[in-house]
Structures are given as C-alpha cells and as structure tokens.
Design a protein around this ligand. Sequence first.
Ligand SMILES: [Zn+2]
Length: 283
Amino acid sequence: MLIGFVGDVHGRVFHMLAALATWQRRSGRKLDLIAQVGDMGAYPDSERMDAATRSYMSLDPSEGDFARLLRPDAATAAHLTTLQREFLSPIHFIHGNHDDVDWLRSLPPGRDVDPAGFLRYMPGGSVLDISGVQVAFLGGEDQPGTTDDIDNHAFDALMHLEPGSVDVLVTHDAPYGLASGRDGRPQGSKRISALLARLQPAFHIAGHYHHLNGPRQEGMTTSLALSSLVASARWQPDATGLQPGCIAVLDPVAGQLTPVVAAWLSDFPIPVDFETWFEQQSR
Ligand SMILES: [Zn+2]
C-alpha cells in the first residue's frame, strides 16, 4: 500500500495531475491514497482570490487553474475523465492560507469538489482509515485571529485522541523551529509541535514553507515538509520544471517515507498545457 503526498499547489492543479500521473507511470505503481498539504489555490473564481494570489497570478496565469478544473471545456472534461481512470484515489486536500476557506467549509462533506472527481476537501480534524492506517488532517496556518488559522475545534478534537491512534498526520503548517525565515525568526507552529508530541504519529507531512525539509525526527515521529510544486515566478524567476521534493511517497507497512527528487521533476516542461501534455502522453 502506498500513500502519495503533494506540496503547495497554488492553483496549478493541471501541473499536479501531470506530476502524479507521471510518477505512477514511471514507477509502474499506483497510489492507494493521495493527500495534499494545503494552499491548493482553491478559489472557485478569481473574484474570491486573496490579493497575494491575484498578484502572483498576473505573473503566472496557471495559478488560476483551479477554476478551470471546476468548469472545464468539453475537450478538457473528456481528457480529465480519461486520466481519472488511472487514479485509485481522489486527492484529499486541506486548506492553507491561500485557499477560499469559507467556500471550502460550505461544501458538502465527503464529496468530490470537481466534476472529474480528482479533488476532495478534508475539513480539519478528519481521520481516514485506509486499510487500517489512520490518516488525520489539519489545515491552516498558525495565525490566530485570521480566517486562515488552524481551526481551534479541529485542533482540540485531535489533541483529545489517544497517543498512537493516528499513524499519519497531514498539516499545512509545520513543527516549530524547522527552519528560519528571511527575517531570521524560527518558522513553524507551536500548536503543530504540541499535536505531534501528543499524538506521536509515525509520520507527519507538512507544506507551507515551500522548501523540502526532512525527513527528520521529531520525537517519535518522522516529519517531512514538502517543496511547493513549482517555484514562485517572483522569488525564483530562473527556476525550471517542478521542484524536487514536491511529492513524497509513504509505504506505511515498510515504514518508508521517500521524497521524490528524481531528475524528471526538474526537467518537466512547464507551464503545463494540459491539452498538449495529455495528447503527447497518450500517443
Ligand atoms: Zn501556506
């Protein structure tokens, strides 16, 4: 059994689908569960985007692709339906600090967000049982008082679970002190650290900081922060391809958590034009 994880997407959902499909084809294996660590860029339309996302989208229009997955034209819809057959699992995603949280919370639980059935939102505190492996989800950035904050009720619910009852924890924010920011201050969330100390999951996956960090040991837990799928056009204008470490794969039975850093990621031609990519790979 394999669980795949994807870092911050920031709207580039077609890049994400191409990356996951490519990993499955190259490895000859399928992911039984896929989880994404938030900042999907889940805005149903551009009017609801935050100011930062709107300004990044002016540099890279693919940051607005989420809405295109919700409302594909007929040709794209047909290709998405064909591609979806290669996937065993929807992509279970949490919210970050660049998602339309109010809209996500209004969605009916347990249903796919998009017509092709690729995306499924996981409210904070959700726990999935996949072949006996318990996977818990907690979105949000540790910023009390903002809509993007970690949901207190969800945090409390997870803090009340028994230590050892969760095998894999998926969060947007990362443990406190995993790295230092541009201002030299420690990055990460004390609440995420407290949750790891309480639950002691075997594995923890985070995003938000856009750089691969780990796997490293946090007490009893092997913790990994993923790269974002694509480097920011503003901060790293010379970066090419998909970022090494934007995907990781966990074999929970073997106890192996492996970031994908193979050269095909950085060689991946971007921006991904979904129609062109789909036609090339189906030849
Ligand atoms: Zn974030």
